[in-house]
Design a protein. Structure first.
Length: 82
């Protein structure tokens, strides 16, 4: 097999190799397989990911509104002050 295929090297029973930039493709099948795969994986996991985000958003908005409401003064407590 020689040492020409990708400059093979062996160090402590681990074989590593490298390819020339002219031999490899940076984005093979990116549009034909990559984007449909992202859509498929998103559809598969959206029911697990979105409900916690919605729950925490509703909890956050409720907590913020409750905090702002609790900061206001009660006008009935100051009716007799003149």
């Amino acid at each position: 097999m020689g040492r020409e295929f990708g400059n093979l090297s062996r160090v402590r029973h681990v074989i590593s190799y490298g390819l020339s930039p002219f031999e490899q493709q940076a984005f093979p099948h990116f549009l034909s397989k990559g984007i449909p795969n992202v859509l498929r994986r998103t559809q598969a996991s959206i029911l697990r990911a979105v409900p916690p985000f919605i729950a925490f958003y509703l909890l956050y908005t409720w907590g913020t509104q409750e905090f702002e409401r609790s900061k206001r003064k009660n006008p009935a407590a100051y009716e007799n002050d003149k």
